[in-house]
Design a protein around this ligand. Structure first.
Ligand SMILES: Cc1cc2nc3c(=O)[nH]c(=O)nc-3n(C[C@H](O)[C@H](O)[C@H](O)COP(=O)(O)OP(=O)(O)OC[C@H]3O[C@@H](n4cnc5c(N)ncnc54)[C@H](O)[C@@H]3O)c2cc1C
Length: 371
């Protein structure tokens, strides 16, 4: 049976009802402490509680501490967490990207040892892909890994690595030869000698990401993800996860912000609110279809660039609408709207920029040629 069949739908509905009842009884709301450190601590608390209660284990294979079931269950859990504002949505989503990579590419015993630590909130991990000069053109990355016997020695620099300063491990792309086939992925312990992390501040005032330097960092062969030269495949295989369950979670978060805006603009008779709702609803419909295709066993590819463009557009439109309808609130007031407005500008950058997504849609979906 495919994950999108009727049994799966019933299973998903029952799961949602049970999760909601549990969350009603168990208060996981964040405390009053401000700042990103507190958000990361809250994320650990939420994951731990959800793991202990079993919810965080549904939708993951038993081999890595899961309880099985369709991946859609993870999306439902994420939606409930986002709707109740229990965890910062961006960092909550990291599990969705990094755990599937480990399950697909790490040696089974390594995945079995490590993935539960991510699910149960005892560890944060980070994704070391981008480098100075290698963002959109990821295949030009230069961080080297050189083989010395059964060990590899890593030298180079990563940048914009989200959560690096909190992370115990990193899924790292390195260069081991020329071209796309010369990229190799490793699972690196962040406390390895030779790693230096320098936090970077976003324009919304948060040390969310970092520069990460690797100076003669030695790593064992057993930490390679896949085989030498599989790194590009690892990077491409992340996309279906980055753009399915993660998006569902973020859309749920954005709907909470639309509700807040509606509350604060009760008198407004503005078509902009309708347009913002329509943009969110459109990406939600699109995302639902994407998850059903993924659940049905389809291999997702360039078509997910549509989801990415729709999500980033809807997110920015929502916060633009807030700025228009709440004059001065973003520029002058010390409210929650300002950091979220500023962070929404990043939506057209992280996970592949808007321009790159449109290039992909033009070339690979519409067959419009190279330039
Ligand atoms: C909040 C945030 C979190 C992030 N977290 C991580 C992380 O955890 N791990 C990680 O590895 N990376 C992370 N990134 C980095 C992100 O993946 C890169 O910023 C992104 O891929 C763009 O790369 P770049 O910044 O080098 O910009 P560039 O690639 O230099 O692009 C600069 C501009 O040129 C445009 N451009 C580039 N090439 C073309 C082209 N061929 N055609 C048309 N326009 C083009 C781009 O669209 C962009 O507008 C994060 C970024 C942000 C903002």
């Amino acid at each position: 049976m495919s994950e999108s069949g009727p049994e799966a739908v019933a299973e998903v509905g029952e799961f949602r009802t049970r999760v909601r009842a549990w969350l009603d009884e168990n208060n996981l709301s964040p405390g009053p402490a401000p700042g990103f450190d507190a958000q990361v601590a809250q994320l650990g608390r939420v994951r731990r509680a959800l793991f202990e209660a079993g919810w965080m284990r549904y939708g993951w294979p038993e081999a890595v501490g899961g309880l099985g079931g369709p991946a859609l269950l993870r999306a439902v859990l994420g939606e409930e967490v986002a709707s109740r504002g229990l965890a910062e949505p961006g960092i909550y989503s990291m599990v969705e990207v990094l755990a599937p990579t480990m399950i697909s590419y790490a040696r089974p015993e390594l995945a079995a040892e490590m993935v539960p630590r991510l699910l149960d909130g005892s560890e944060q991990w980070c994704q070391g892909f981008s480098e100075p000069g290698s963002g959109s053109d990821l295949a030009s990355l230069r961080t080297r890994a050189e083989q010395r016997g059964d060990r590899w020695v890593i030298n180079g620099q990563k940048v914009w690595t989200s959560l690096a300063q909190f992370a115990s491990r990193c899924v790292l792309l390195t260069r081991t030869g020329p071209g796309h086939d010369g990229i190799t992925a490793f699972f690196v312990d962040m406390d390895s000698p030779g790693i230096t992390v320098r936090p970077l501040r976003t324009m919304h005032g948060v040390d969310e990401f970092a520069e990460v330097y690797f100076d003669d960092v030695v790593i064992g062969e057993s930490r390679m993800l896949g085989r030498p030269g599989d790194g590009w495949r690892v990077a491409m295989d992340l996309l279906p996860y980055e753009r399915s369950t993660c998006f569902w979670h973020r859309i749920a978060h954005l709907f909470t912000r639309l509700d807040r805006l509606l509350d604060q603009t009760a008198e407004a008779d503005d078509t902009a609110l309708g347009a913002a709702y329509l943009a969110l609803h459109t990406v939600r419909c699109r995302s639902r279809g994407t998850q059903q295709r993924l659940g049905g066993g389809a291999a997702l590819g360039p078509d997910t660039s549509i989801d990415k463009v729709l999500l980033a557009t809807a997110e920015q439109q929502l916060f633009d609408t807030a700025r228009d309808l709440l004059p001065g609130e973003i520029e002058l007031a010390d409210s929650g709207w300002r950091p979220e407005f500023l962070y929404s500008r990043a939506a057209t950058i992280y996970g592949g920029t808007a321009e790159i997504q449109r290039n992909i849609i033009a070339r690979r979906l519409l067959d419009l040629g190279k330039e």
